[in-house]
Design a protein around this ligand. Sequence first.
Ligand code: NAD
Length: 354
Amino acid sequence: MENRHYRIVGLPGDCIGPEVYRAAAQVLDCLAGVQGFTYELDEQRIGGAAVDAAGEPLPQTTIDACRKADAALLGAVGGPQWDDRPAEQRPELGLLKIRSALNLFCNLRPVVLHPALQHFSPLKPDRLVNVDLMIVRELTSGSYFGKKWRNENEAEDVCRYTREEIERVTRAACRIAMQRDRRLTLVDKANVLETSRLWRIVVRDVVEAEFPKLDLEFLYVDAAAMHLLTRPGDFDVMLTENMFGDILSDEASMLSGSLGLLPSASINEQRFGLYEPIHGSAPDIAGQGIANPYAMLLSTAMMLRHSLDDGEAADALEAGVYSCWEDGVLTRDLDPDGLRTQEVTDAVCERLVR
Ligand code: NAD
């Protein structure tokens, strides 16, 4: 059997970040034994922990370590103890900087509604059948990064996209759709915006030339916002530009009804990815050992699938998590009699070795 060896940077971060990160490290160790891969986990600092140790939220040593690795696993950053720091020492700046230093242009947010957890969703059960979608958001261009200015009476944020920027994120979205249900929905505002018209042309070109087996549809962003609530089960991969993706991915994450369950990834052209839960560092529950580790564990599964090309290990980890959900193995954010982080982590590991 081929020798699979993975180089991973671990970024525990702040508050509950290290607590959920430790859960991922334990599960990774267990999975390696069962699946027969080896790995190095090089722990580095980011966020408030890096500010305390090195005076800045993203030390060069962390960037250098990531450049030598296949992927990075991040807990979460931030906390009240750094709130009064000057802008260049804010923990969240570490996240913005790492995305730009490593050119992480493609953001992935899966939303899966497992039947065992549907009752946490704010939507009615009949709307939740078959919800399993992936939002692919362009992360490093568009109006958030365009030229900006403001005076007392006017302001401008330029939204600019190049063909190359659209092509690379489209290819990433298409590759993912090919591993799933082969359906891609481009969300835009092509009835009003020139950038959206370019997106439609480029996405159609890429799909026709390189992914002819994909089923491509176009949807206006206002309609997409409604359809995510009325027929979320109809979508497979949703591709969109930076600002629309920011808004729609937050809307979609609410479908599950819990912050502690959803993973995310930001990847670059070399398929290096930063994998992290969508929740923050939850200072209100830090140090109590009750943080929900599932979003972090599912981020680890995404890392195995999207950066390490180990779909088998990813499937095994996800199956372990889903089996726990089916058996009601939950933390206190979802169940008043729920378990501790360590107990949930042990339960996932037990299922991996069965
Ligand atoms: P948050 O996501 O940290 O917490 C919101 C609520 O959800 C809290 O009540 C918290 O206890 C709960 N929660 C979140 N994750 C949980 C988990 N895994 N298990 C159980 N409960 C969980 O958002 P916030 O309170 O707005 O922000 C707290 C800090 O996190 C801030 O400093 C913020 O800047 C930072 N933040 C970091 C990231 C990141 O690292 N990617 C993202 C968002 C916010």
